[in-house]
Write a protein that binds this ligand. Structure first.
Ligand code: CDP
Length: 242
């Protein structure tokens, strides 16, 4: 979408004062829901997301069961009040797509063979949305899965990079997403470096794509440290109480 909004000022700062390679402020808390096996509350800029993990439990309906391994069933949902124009409740094309790509990303890190016929259900609720909710949701899901003690090869993490006013920048905000030229959400397994999710909205040259991919991956490593800190601080506080 074209606009007259200036997304980068003369000194190279973005609308919210960030430099091109700066993330929005991120806050992560593990274990916020007592009924879920594992959970996470995450704020990423003005995004607010909760992830809750249930299972492994018998997959229902039974025809979804795989006799050799578990399935990961992620369900991304945006609250009606999470966006400027009220969002019609219930699944739509966009939320089905996001649920599918997040499920596939999580299946690559969960050790699925340990739980034949089971389903690991990951609910992602977006309470407040301001661009980048799939990355925020997947990152929260990674913490919630670890909090649930689900065996994984790694804690998955996501971050986006994009292009605004001809420049590659990290972690697009709302206006940048609306009026920028491209958005590239990426999820990785930080230990192996494997890419778990890669989507692109807009146009990038090959050089720009490579630069955006490197920047998004470096963002993932920064966010990964915050995930680990959140999990450590939950378990440290439990140890203190004991
Ligand atoms: O959230 P994410 O960037 O992963 O996905 P998107 O489809 O690129 O959506 C970008 C942003 O548009 C969301 O984060 C919301 O802030 C906004 N949006 C909205 O206002 N109403 C919707 N029905 C869907 C998205």
């Amino acid at each position: 979408m074209k606009s007259d909004i200036k997304l980068i000022d003369g000194s190279g700062k973005r609308l919210d004062g960030r430099t091109p390679d700066e993330l929005r402020k991120i806050k992560i808390e593990a274990g916020v829901l007592h009924r879920a096996e594992g959970s996470c509350y995450l704020e990423w800029g003005n995004n607010k997301v909760i992830a809750a993990v249930y299972g492994p439990r018998e997959a229902i309906p039974r025809h979804t069961q795989n006799p050799l391994r578990a399935i990961v069933n992620a369900r991304y949902n945006m609250a009606a009040f999470s966006v400027d124009d009220r969002k019609r409740p219930g699944p739509d094309r966009r939320s089905r797509e996001i649920s599918k790509v997040i499920s596939e990303a999580l299946e690559k890190v969960v050790i699925m063979e340990q739980f034949p016929r089971a389903s690991i259900d990951v609910n992602i609720e977006v309470l407040d949305a301001e661009a980048g909710t799939r990355c925020a949701g997947l990152t929260a899901a990674g913490v919630a899965l670890a909090d649930a003690g689900i065996p994984m090869i790694d804690i998955p993490v996501a971050c986006a990079a994009g292009k605004i006013e001809g420049q590659i920048v990290l972690d697009l905000g709302k206006e940048e997403d609306n009026f920028g030229a491209a958005d590239l959400p990426v999820a990785i397994s930080p230990r192996t470096g494997e890419i778990l999710l890669l989507q692109m909205d807009g146009h990038l040259t090959l050089d720009e794509f490579n630069k955006a991919l490197d920047l998004a991956i470096s963002g993932c490593y920064t966010v990964s440290e915050l995930q680990k800190k959140a999990l450590l601080s939950k378990y440290e506080s439990i140890m203190e109480v004991k």
